[in-house]
Design a binder for this molecule. Structure first.
Ligand code: SF4
Ligand code: SF4
Length: 343
């Protein structure tokens, strides 16, 4: 939610935006237009990374205003292919895969089958899994410039999770956690269960199995998903996890507050050319490489899609974060670090 009363019209959101990078006067002017509901190129050109919510010194949530204006004006255009991808998500068959009594419940939503060989190994043994459209949070629709869809489906998402009777639910996908920890509060929805982020689950698992961990001694670059901006407080848990498994998160330009979108949002935008999309992806990967990383670590299964092969081509082994932990546990990764075996 945008907090108009907090906004001082300083323009920092649009100045610090890596994609728009407006000069100060233009940034102030265009943001004022957003507030006043006047036409501005921001609505068509913003790639929905939500970074400006973190850049704002007043916590006014400028992206939430931009996103609302994108929907109101219809100026933010998605490709048909991207829209189909979004629409298919909630139609996926739902199921509950019962695990062992007393073991945690994990919501895989529509992400669990996106890559082979990932939901495997001792980290996932005995868990109960929730899968399919009933457990899809719709948060990704902010990237389609339609935040009303996120709000309209929030209660049903929470109700479906509530029906499982679980007291705690581990969120495999960062979007679900952002929805349950941040967005539902904004919508006035209360939760009868506690959402746990997969990073927290992995950190606690590693702490409890320290004797099995063989430190990786690896320098890694982290690809932070856009949704993490809604729950950035977990970043300290992530750092703790990386340390526990013997990895060093390299200090680089495009991490934490300044992380870049993986490029998938841009790939789905009519306004962004293929050349521009690839240029941003390569800026991200070269930044990781130049910072001395040997591997690129992903939290989001969707981020993997557009960066995995490009990272590998630059000598950065791609891993989804649970597979990095499995590596430290000495497990064999049958489908590579991120769902693909490279020759
Ligand atoms: S959401 Fe991202 S692309 Fe859009 S204005 Fe904010 S920082 Fe820029
Ligand atoms: S939303 Fe925040 S950063 Fe943007 S103009 Fe207002 S106060 Fe400044």
């Amino acid at each position: 939610m945008f907090y108009k009363d907090k906004c001082t019209l300083c323009g920092e959101c649009l100045m610090k935006c890596p994609y728009l990078a407006y000069p100060e006067e233009k940034a102030k002017k265009e943001f004022k237009k957003l507030i006043d509901g006047e036409p501005t190129p921001v609505t068509a050109d913003c790639i929905t990374c939500a970074a400006c919510n973190m850049f704002c010194p007043e916590d006014a949530n400028p992206f939430d205003l931009i996103n609302d204006r994108q929907e109101e004006t219809g100026t933010f255009k998605m490709t048909e292919e991207a829209l189909t991808f979004f629409k298919m998500s909630n139609r996926m068959k739902s199921e509950i895969i019962e695990g062992e009594p007393g073991k945690p419940v994990m919501n895989l939503c529509v992400m669990g089958d996106l890559h082979p060989g990932i939901i495997e190994g001792q980290l996932f043994e005995g868990l109960t899994f929730l899968k399919g459209g009933d457990y899809f949070c719709y948060f990704g629709w902010i990237h389609a410039g339609t935040p009303s869809i996120v709000k309209d489906n929030a209660q049903a998402f929470v109700d479906n999770l509530t029906k499982t009777g679980a007291k705690e639910i581990i969120c495999y996908h960062d979007d679900c956690y952002a929805m349950l920890v941040n967005k539902v509060k904004e919508y006035g929805i209360t939760l009868p269960f506690k959402p746990i982020h997969i990073i927290e689950y992995l950190r606690d698992y590693v702490k409890e199995h320290q004797n099995q961990i063989k430190k990786l001694n690896m320098k890694i670059a982290y690809q932070q998903p856009c949704a993490s901006r809604y729950t950035f407080e977990k970043d300290t848990i992530l750092d703790e996890l990386f340390e526990l498994i013997g990895t060093e998160r390299v200090s680089r330009k495009y991490d934490r507050v300044d992380a870049l979108c993986c490029g998938n949002a841009q790939a789905g935008m009519v306004n962004v050319s293929k050349e521009v999309e690839v240029e941003w992806r390569m800026k991200n990967i070269m930044d990781a490489k130049d910072a001395g990383a040997e591997a690129m670590v992903f939290l989001c299964p969707v981020c993997i899609l557009g960066l995995r092969s490009r990272a590998k081509a630059q000598g950065l082994e791609p891993y989804i974060i649970s597979n990095l932990v499995r590596l430290a546990l000495g497990e064999e990764l049958t489908h590579g670090g991120a769902g693909k075996v490279f020759e």
